[in-house]
Design a protein around this ligand. Structure first.
Ligand SMILES: *Cc1c(COP(=O)(O)O)cnc(C)c1O
Length: 384
């Protein structure tokens, strides 16, 4: 049976996969090799050098294409390396319209690397898709969307943005790291490129750095493949294997992330010391209707502000947590807490980050899959 017709919860396990050709290994072996024997120059079995292709990476790339409902997957050394490949589609003078409240490292890549090469970025709030149009001109080549946004949990209407992108003949890329294809499938909503930091939910176990792109167009796939091979920021076979293994339980983990996320969001919003909780599942979240329409759940990412808390108060709370680990990153089975102003978003200037709501008191949680009662008692003792 072709894996194309499977439901999502089976695609995570079987999508694009088949037993290994050599011995029928059910999991693809870790082909820890840089090169492949040829019987005559150019006479090889589809693999000649592991920067260009490696069977373990190919197995992962096929799985990625399957779960995102695309035709081609490309795996990279990190999420940022995957983004780097997308921006390399552009030339000096080209313009990009990007979400303003996005992953700090993405902002740094755009601003501090690619602006030097003459690419122009406009960072704007995209909750109102019509606002985007004001920033599109004949130099615009790409719209970069991150939704839910990090760490403010704003939701951007992918379908509405994709209509704009089509009208202006501009590529639309969506960073789907927070939602994962379990919750949201951007290619189905009209995006051209889906990007992942597979370091997060796809890998799911906080043991690997890896990035991915998925597309549904042959020409675009070939352009990106050219860049992947020519720039060379590929992932190794061991890392490919780990992410492939992670993907097999994505649907089960995400289900629990969503359940625990809801429990924690409700607990925090009823807590007398908490001023504000950012979670798209609340009916009074400003973009709740869009979230409800384009997502199959609300995930385990939550940000909150404690009443009257200073920079130092927020740091004290994250230091007191014991079940939640104070750490960068997100999306693993274990719960993590972070202080964006001093950690993930420290590379964004204070005025810039406060404009999008990343204030000193903000704390971000990546709710894991532990027992929700342990997570709630931990927050209780830390918030006091
Ligand atoms: C972590 C992250 C990235 C960068 O990915 P790396 O794998 O760390 O390079 C990009 N976007 C989002 C939303 C992220 O959370």
């Amino acid at each position: 049976m072709g894996s194309k017709n499977l439901k999502f919860n089976s695609k995570t396990i079987h999508g694009g996969q088949q037993p290994d050709k050599a011995y029928g290994a059910v999991m693809p072996p870790i082909y820890q090799t840089s090169t492949y024997a040829q019987n005559t120059p150019g006479g090889h079995k589809g693999f000649e050098y592991s920067r260009s292709a490696n069977p373990t990476r190919t197995a992962l790339e096929n799985a990625l294409a399957s779960i995102e409902n695309g035709t081609h997957g490309l795996a990279f050394a990190s999420g940022l390396a995957a983004m780097d490949a997308v921006i390399k589609l552009l030339s000096p003078g080209d313009e990009v319209v990007s979400t303003n409240d996005l992953y700090g490292g993405s902002y740094r890549l755009f601003k501090q690397i690619f602006e030097k090469y003459g690419i122009i970025f406009h960072f704007i709030g995209m909750q109102d898709a019509h606002k985007i149009e004001e920033h599109i001109n004949n130099k615009t080549k790409l719209i970069w969307v991150e939704t839910p946004t990090n760490p403010m949990m704003n939701i951007i209407d992918i379908k509405a943005v994709s209509k704009l992108a089509v009208r202006h003949n501009v590529l639309l890329a969506v960073d789907n790291t927070f939602a994962t294809p379990y919750l949201q499938q951007p290619l189905n909503l009209g995006a051209d490129i889906v990007m992942h930091s597979a370091t997060k939910y796809l890998g799911g176990h906080s043991d690997v750095i890896l990035g991915a792109l998925v597309v549904k167009d042959e020409v675009l796939a070939n352009q990106l493949y050219f860049i992947q091979n020519a720039s060379g920021a590929v992932c190794g076979p061991m890392d490919s294997f780990l992410v492939l293994r992670g993907i097999k339980t994505l649907h089960v983990r995400m289900q629990r992330h969503c359940e625990n996320g809801m429990a924690i969001a409700n607990y925090l919003s009823n807590h007398p010391k908490i001023e504000k909780v950012y979670w798209p599942g609340f009916e009074n979240h400003p973009n709740h209707d869009i979230a409800k329409e384009q997502m199959n759940g609300y995930g385990g990412m939550i940000s909150f502000i404690t009443k009257g808390a200073s920079y130092d108060d927020a740091i004290k709370i994250v230091e007191k947590l014991q079940v939640f680990t104070l750490a960068e990153s997100l999306g693993g089975v274990e719960s993590l807490a972070g202080h964006p102003a001093s950690m993930t978003h420290a590379s964004i200037p204070k005025e810039e980050r406060e404009k999008s709501g990343v204030v000193d008191a903000l704390i971000r949680l990546s709710v894991g899959i532990e027992d929700e009662l342990d997570l709630i008692s931990d927050l209780e003792q830390a918030i006091g």
